[in-house]
Ligand binder design. Structure first.
Ligand code: IMP
Length: 224
């Protein structure tokens, strides 16, 4: 790591509570989800532009020591691939570059739209590979923050050189444990959102905008 990056934690785009978002018919939405969403909250184009800036911040903060980007599956996979593509682009064109390795971990914590309160590591590489490395955890969303706090406890156990967290989204919620990631794309209202690889019981990962699910969608795709 290089330089002081403490202000990154407070640097994100805030989507206010009273945001109208965008009407579904202003964007292209897969036919099979048209009746299940109430609005587009963050269009894919804006997500893409924000990730470009996060990639620049990360490349500025890490040095030739490199980093292991740890993808938190499944929800983090879109953010992970888009963020890494942009970091790789900067590595090709800047006078300096940050060597990248990748690793994967799979967690499960949500049933319907409620945090189950316990996280389970249900797959991934051997975490021992992270010992002595600069680890960048890449996550889709921080809601209460409990999942990330538990994951960080697990990761610290294998003694990485440093651990930083990039989360595409952080929810503004009274249920927050107070945890804040090192890099955040957007801070969003306390609503359940889907798309851009975020799911509701495994549905909606194939939607590219971040959207709010409606009651009909929750009912239709509720866990049996
Ligand atoms: P936390 O432990 O409450 O911070 O929950 C984090 C995890 O819950 C994330 O990694 C997501 O998998 C899931 N999650 C939280 N909020 C949402 C949401 O609005 N949509 C989809 N998944 C969510």
């Amino acid at each position: 790591m290089s330089g002081d990056n403490s202000d990154r934690r407070t640097n994100f785009i805030t989507i206010p509570d009273d945001t109208a978002g965008y009407r579904l018919d202003e964007f292209c939405i897969p036919k099979h989800y048209e009746d299940d969403l109430s609005r587009v909250l963050i269009p894919a184009g804006l997500i893409n532009d924000r990730i470009e800036r996060l990639a620049r911040d990360i490349v500025d903060d890490f040095d030739e020591d490199g980093l292991v980007a740890l993808c938190v599956l499944k929800g983090g996979y879109k953010f992970f691939t888009d963020l890494l593509d942009k970091i790789k682009g900067l590595n090709r064109t800047l006078g300096r570059s940050v060597p990248l390795a990748v690793d994967f971990i799979r967690l499960k914590s949500y049933v319907d739209d409620q945090s189950s309160g316990s996280i389970e590591v249900i797959g991934g590489d051997n975490l021992k590979n992270l010992t002595g490395k600069n680890v960048l955890v890449v996550e889709d969303i921080i809601d209460t923050g409990k999942t990330m706090q538990k994951l960080l406890t697990i990761l610290r156990g294998v003694k990485p050189k440093c651990i930083k967290v990039a989360s595409m989204l952080v929810k503004r919620t009274p249920r927050s444990s107070g945890y804040k990631p090192d890099y955040t794309g957007f801070e969003i209202p306390d609503i359940f959102i889907v798309g851009y690889a975020l799911d509701y019981n495994e549905y909606f990962r194939d939607l590219n905008h971040v959207c709010e699910i409606n009651e009909a969608g929750k009912k239709k795709y509720a866990s049996k």
